[in-house]
Design a protein around this ligand. Structure first.
Ligand code: ATP
Ligand code: MG
Length: 414
């Protein structure tokens, strides 16, 4: 893409009320726009990152048998009354509104009830199970705190998968597969090394759950990490019993700040029984469906990647989620060869792989912008470079610069 065609511009300063590093850089880079505390719009570059993350999650969910669907955002009060989760005294973060005729509706803050209610129509026999539907969706929560930028939104985009199994044993098999799929996702988006599977509280759902916690000072959680075994325990459940159950030793565990990028729960029959979600087993008897849920916040994941990899100059995207693999920086010149060479490289690498800074701007401004925007590699075309027959090729992460010949450009896409 040509940067001259990008309507967003970089900014020197983030809004004064924005304290989170992830949002400061993303706003300055024109990736997101802050509508209000906890509410962000995704601009073209930001949406591109979200779509890349979404693509990776979709592949991993489909690989373990997931089937994508989309549940509505407006939710029916009666459905949520079945589990006693309509009441504001029970769930304190609903956004609710009314239809013209006075009927109450709520904006989805989670999906369990919606899924149980829909799937009830389609699950009758043991032959219908197991199934793993999921969706990507906007979620609305009237969160009390919103100081973590896009890592804690009042409106945010997530993936939630629900597993419907015949019994606990069948559930457990899928649960283990989901753990691996989650590890693959975090590995593929670049934060595998700093993400720990973490034993946590099951809240009102179950005895315990597993969270995927990424180490960062920007995290709101405290976890205790065993670096050797690559597992952790959330402070919420840091009791002797939990440590023993994992075979860990207290005096080697290290306290760290972390952010929950995803979590998986065993729901048992908590959301099938209220909906009378049952199937007929092989003997013709009715049994309750055994459920699990598996969430990931895409905005939170994107914010976490920014927190983990940025430096004092700006964002550093891992290749898998970068809007473009390359920034092509043309240093404006009177000599037509500079533009000619830039255009040639742009064509070679393709508009989907390169953000081509074709603007009429000072070199310093262009370098600062390329660093702020954080594409993994920068190719610099200047008068000097063109004359010498070698171009500067800079690795954004390491800062390492090497000189490459025009013919080597072809290998860069491999
Ligand atoms: P937290 O403990 O951080 O409040 P949660 O346990 O309430 O999150 P879930 O309801 O299980 O989260 O949601 C699933 C996933 O959605 C979380 O693992 C997280 O990645 C993401 N998520 C939750 N709340 C938010 C939010 N306010 N903004 C962005 N992402 C969120
Ligand atoms: Mg949680």
């Amino acid at each position: 893409m040509r940067q001259s065609r990008l309507f967003t511009k970089t900014r020197r300063e983030a809004p004064a009320d924005e304290t989170a590093k992830n949002a400061q850089f993303l706003i300055r880079g024109g990736y997101v726009h802050k509508e209000m505390a906890g509410v962000y719009s995704y601009l073209p570059l930001g949406l591109s990152v979200i779509k890349k993350i979404e693509g990776i999650i979709r592949e991993e969910m489909n690989a373990i048998g997931g089937t994508e669907m989309k549940t509505s955002i407006l939710q029916n009060k009666e459905v949520w009354e079945k589990t006693n989760r309509w009441d504001d005294g029970v769930v304190d973060n609903w956004f609710k509104t009314k239809l013209k005729n006075g009927t109450d509706v709520g904006l989805s803050w989670t999906n369990e009830e919606a899924y149980s209610n829909i799937l009830k129509q389609y699950i009758n026999s043991y032959k219908d199970l197991p199934i793993y539907p999921y969706d990507f969706k906007e979620i609305f929560r009237n969160e009390a705190r919103s100081k973590s930028g896009i890592m804690r939104g009042r409106e945010f985009y997530w993936k939630a998968l629900y597993s419907f199994s015949k019994n606990e044993a069948e559930h457990n098999v899928f649960y283990e597969k989901a753990k691996v799929a989650y590890q693959n996702i975090f590995e593929r988006v670049g934060i595998g090394n700093s993400t720990y599977i973490t034993l946590s509280s099951g809240g009102t759902f179950s005895k315990s759950s597993h969270e995927f916690q990424t180490l960062t000072e920007a995290g709101e959680d405290t976890i205790y990490v065993d670096e050797q075994q690559r597992i952790a325990i959330n402070k919420e459940v840091y009791t002797d019993e939990a440590i023993e159950s994992l075979g860990l030793k207290k005096d080697e565990l290290i306290e760290k700040k972390a952010v929950e990028v995803g979590n998986i729960f065993n729901l048992g029959t908590k959301f099938s029984e209220p909906f009378d979600l049952k199937y007929k087993n092989e003997k013709g008897e009715f049994e309750s469906v055994f459920m699990g849920c598996y969430g990931i916040g895409l905005g939170r994941l994107m914010g976490t990647i920014v927190e983990v990899f940025s430096d004092d100059k700006g964002i550093v995207w891992p290749e898998s989620v970068a809007p473009f693999k390359f920034s092509l920086v043309e240093i404006p010149s009177e000599k037509p060869e500079v533009k000619e060479m830039s255009e040639k490289i742009y064509k070679k690498l393709g508009e989907n792989n390169v953000l081509y800074d074709d603007r009429d701007a000072r070199a310093g401004e262009k370098f600062a912008d390329a660093d702020l925007l954080g594409m993994p590699y920068q190719i610099i075309v200047s008068e000097k470079n063109v004359a010498s027959g070698k171009l500067e090729f800079k690795n954004r992460k390491t800062g390492e610069v090497k000189m490459i010949s025009e013919s080597e450009i072809d290998n860069l896409l491999k």
